[in-house]
Design a protein around this ligand. Structure first.
Ligand code: C6P
Length: 415
């Protein structure tokens, strides 16, 4: 999230013209879409790439020997190379296409966890984790007899690194699983430090980058992690595709996660052998058009520049925290602006977040209300739910003003 003086500022107003969704009004108001952390809106460039693929290059991949099938296969593999480049992964065969980050994290938990965890081992997650990087590990720990532990948060909503050694006490830490950016508080976690700590103990590090990859440069080699998962739909890509990267030496030793077509080398009555990476982990027909859309989304983001996206969101989150501080009765959660991504969670007096979000909808403001798939975090904060506003490259400061004006209306309704 470093903001350098050379960063070219992005022009969010100009970029919005790429997103057809903003041509509509909702309840007669312009749409202030402040829910990009749930899923981002889609630029025409990505939609056009998918349409063109369906119209000119569509066939099943890795099967046909005819020209059209070869074209489709080249498009899929071209997308894999784009994801490799995005993550600075050493090799494209380490990039596995999955439906979303959740499936990628389950793949790691099952295919690595089942054969590598057992009694006496510790699986360490954090109190900040999204359920997708929490529940699979809790389940796998239970299944294998390993102990499931959680690194606590401090009062700013940041990981308490001072508690790390206590979290490892009396056991053998085998896996540390944390997100790079929290979807609820926007906290940017010190993943490099956590990776170093995990590796000192011989543990692997699993990084959930679902909320980081859309907004900042994510470099698996710089982070030093062992596995990392992302979702295409949060970064201007289509739904139904994500990727999990893993170190080849780990992936090669793992059993497959899903079984069936395409992932095999030979199938005999006596037994089946597995294909090479990445195919061993890609059973069934691939999300081909989605991969093409994902590649176009990555091109689109590179065209803007991740430094410019981070800088823009950083300005927005500072502005949002300042403006929300003017609203009486509003509590925000999480670290100061310089240590968070473009996400703000808040509660408003004792008004239920769903009521707040519903009234805001009438003002054209779309925010998320709920536990954000982070029930352990909600427990820590002592709330059942929060409201959450989240920003992206197309977000305008006026949309934050629209949110604040809407909150004053909410206050009037509940007065
Ligand atoms: N968070 C949100 O509104 P999927 O659904 O598999 O694409 O992404 C799962 C996921 C994993 N990790 C983090 C940090 C996430 O934020 C999410 C998805 C959405 O915050 C839906 S709960």
């Amino acid at each position: 999230m470093a903001v350098t003086a050379q960063t070219t500022k992005l022009d969010a107003r100009k970029l919005r013209a790429d997103f057809p969704i903003f041509e509509q009004t909702f309840h007669g108001k312009p749409l202030a879409f402040l829910d990009s952390a749930a899923s981002s809106q889609k630029p025409r460039q990505m939609l056009d790439a998918m349409r063109e693929f369906y119209e000119t290059s569509y066939a099943n991949v890795h099967r046909g020997v005819y020209q059209l099938a070869e074209r489709a296969t080249a498009a899929l593999e071209g997308s894999r190379e784009k994801v490799r480049e995005l993550l600075n992964a050493p090799a494209a065969r380490e990039v596995i296409f999955v439906r979303n980050a959740t499936e990628g994290l389950n793949l790691v938990a099952y295919a690595w966890g089942l054969n590598n965890l057992g009694p006496g081992d510790i699986v360490l997650v954090t109190e900040l984790e999204h359920h997708s990087n929490w529940v699979p590990w809790q389940y796998m720990a239970k299944k294998t007899g390993a102990e499931f532990r959680m690194l606590p948060l401090d009062e700013h909503g940041e990981l308490d690194l001072g508690a790390l050694d206590e979290a490892a006490d009396g056991g053998n830490v085998k896996v540390v699983a944390t997100g790079l950016v929290s979807n609820s508080l926007g906290t940017i976690n010190p993943v490099e430090k956590l990776v170093a700590w995990a590796h000192e103990r011989g543990a692997i590090f699993v990084c959930d980058a679902a909320q980081a990859a859309p907004h900042m440069t994510v470099d698996v080699q710089a982070l030093g992690c062992d596995f990392l998962a992302i979702s295409g739909h949060k970064m201007c890509g289509p739904s139904g595709i994500g990727a999990v990267w893993g170190r080849a030496e780990l992936l090669e030793r793992m059993e497959p996660f899903l079984l069936g077509g395409h992932m095999i080398r030979s199938v005999r009555f006596e037994g089946t052998t597995w294909g090479e990476l990445p195919h061993k982990f890609e059973a069934g027909t691939a999300p081909m058009a989605e991969a093409v859309g994902f590649a176009a989304a990555i091109d689109y983001l590179h065209g803007i520049g991740f430094d410019a996206i981070s800088a823009h969101e950083h300005e927005l989150v500072s502005y949002a925290l300042d403006r929300l501080a003017e609203v009486p009765g509003l509590t925000t959660y999480g670290p100061p602006a310089d240590r968070r991504a473009g996400i703000v969670s808040f509660n408003f007096d004792d008004i239920h977040p769903h009521d707040v979000a519903q009234i805001l909808d009438l003002e054209g403001v779309a925010i998320r209300a709920g536990h954000h798939c982070c029930q352990p975090l909600m427990q820590k904060l002592g709330v059942a739910a929060t409201n959450r506003a989240s920003f992206y490259l197309y977000t305008l400061p006026e949309e934050i003003d629209q949110l604040v004006d809407g909150l004053h209306k909410v206050k009037k309704v509940f007065a």
